[in-house]
Design a protein around this ligand. Sequence first.
Ligand code: SF4
Length: 378
Amino acid sequence: MTIPETFDTNAEQDLESRVAEIKREIKAEYRQSHSKPWIIGFSGGKDSTLVLHLVIESLLEIPWSERKRAVYIVANDTLVESPIVQGFVDETLEKLTTALADLQLPCAVKKTVPRVSHTYWVNVIGRGYPSPTRMFRWCTDRLKIRPTTDFIRQKVSESGEVILLLGVRRSESAARAATAKRYDNGERLNSHNDIPGCLVFRPILELATEDVWEYLMTRQPPWAGTHNALVKLYRDAMGGECPIVIDPDAQPSCGSSSIRFGCWTCTVVDKDKSFRNQVDKGFEHLIPMAEFRDWMKSFCYIPENRMQERRNGQQGIGPLTFESRKIVLDRLLELQEAVGLPLISDEEVREIHKIWEDDKSTGVMRRADRLITMLEER
Ligand code: SF4
């Protein structure tokens, strides 16, 4: 995918009228006579940025007295995001928080993170999970789906029902098109397949990628500034994103072979081109992180670094040995020191030591421990 440099004037007028129609839909939905809160899934990528841009513009066109419905802008941080992307997302969230208060909109920004027992490092270094692959992609659910889902469920329990706004577009990818089709009931709102009480609203479903870029590159966001930093981020990474994922069936777009934004640790793709490309464009001090990711990809799959028993007790190639887990932790702490960025928290290190103690106390895990772990890891 390339980002266009110029736009056709006729096409621009056509886009203007299609966007006006989208904003009419947004306003009509917002003005419904119930108070189900809105939740906007915001990844910092182009599609969710456009949804947010259009929602805020639409709300500003509604009289102040009618802006009653709560809107939550939810951004998930896997805690292993590319620091370049996360820095950009954090900056956007900060700008938003300030602007939303000034604009007197009933919107709140919320950042979700995985539970400490589910983080990337607690699973790899604590439990000895090998770094994820296409066949064993244990990460997306724990790092991306559950934190956002937990927040949505909490709001459902408080309000009865919620409306989730997503930047899903039919033309974005085969996986997203399949998801889009599954939600097509001909109505503006569709029930979420896995979260009872959650209705899905996809305002930009029919827009093409060129439309999204055109709108973002020719308009200023209502929270001030420009979208230039977003465009640069994509240009540097040369492509798509590991999107906000709240639907297990949409997972293939996370960690797929397309160039995308994602975790800096991601080993699901052979070469993380997006992180490498970003690092090469003025972030050379992060090269050790890209090298560490490459090292992990081979280290975790050397047979001698793995136990001969699986965590469920079956014979076969199992988790990383304790020695290997310790090597990964030591090297990660060295890396953290070298790059001067927080890569693992003290809370995670404490959780890792707790899991090691539990695992070691019996030599092999007791049957009861296995059961608990299996239940907890579901
Ligand atoms: S980017 Fe890679 S490591 Fe991160 S959740 Fe997606 S597949 Fe997993």
